[in-house]
Design a protein. Structure first.
Length: 171
């Protein structure tokens, strides 16, 4: 299976790591410049990447594409993927099937960060082995790859929600 990751930031690199770990052939493409620290991680993990362009021949042959949240659905490359019928999913949607951990998703219009941090603090203070991800902290996908948490608290914006996974927008 070929996984193409659009966006070489936190969620993209985390997804690339998890994808590689799970046996996918992974390629990361970022139309902007990938930070040097993320390039180093990709190189260390033997993951192919490009930045400052989207080479269509390397993207449109994907079995599945994880699109970073900052890339609009109206971007030309995303439109071409949809036209070809290639699934375009989020980091959360990609990573969720690879963990049996309890996942708590916090969403809504206001107070997501505060509620997420408070929930994480309460669970951690209670002695639970809990990770913090979504719009805060380290990539959910990378944490799933590390497989060290029994629970996750995720701050989720509406564009990250996945109805199929049972994550529902409460706003």
């Amino acid at each position: 299976m070929r996984l193409v990751v659009l966006g070489g930031g936190e969620s993209g690199v985390g997804t690339a790591i998890l994808g590689k770990q799970k046996g996918y052939q992974v390629f990361v493409s970022d139309y902007g410049k990938i930070k040097d620290s993320y390039k180093e991680v990709l190189i260390q993990n033997g993951i192919e990447w490009e930045d400052e362009k989207h080479t269509e021949s390397l993207i449109l042959n994907a079995d599945v594409v994880m699109k970073s949240p900052g890339i609009p659905d109206k971007a030309p490359i995303v439109k071409k993927l949809v036209e070809k019928g290639i699934p375009v999913i989020s980091e959360i949607e990609f990573a969720a099937p690879f963990t049996n951990a309890i996942t708590i998703g916090i969403t809504g219009s206001n107070g997501k960060t505060t509620t997420t941090m408070l929930t994480y603090h309460l669970l951690k203070s209670a002695g639970l082995n809990v990770g913090l991800a979504g719009n805060i902290g380290k990539s959910f996908a990378e944490q799933v790859a590390e497989d060290k948490y029994d629970s996750y608290v995720l701050e989720l914006s509406s564009f990250q929600l996945v109805a199929e996974q049972g994550i529902i927008d409460s706003a």
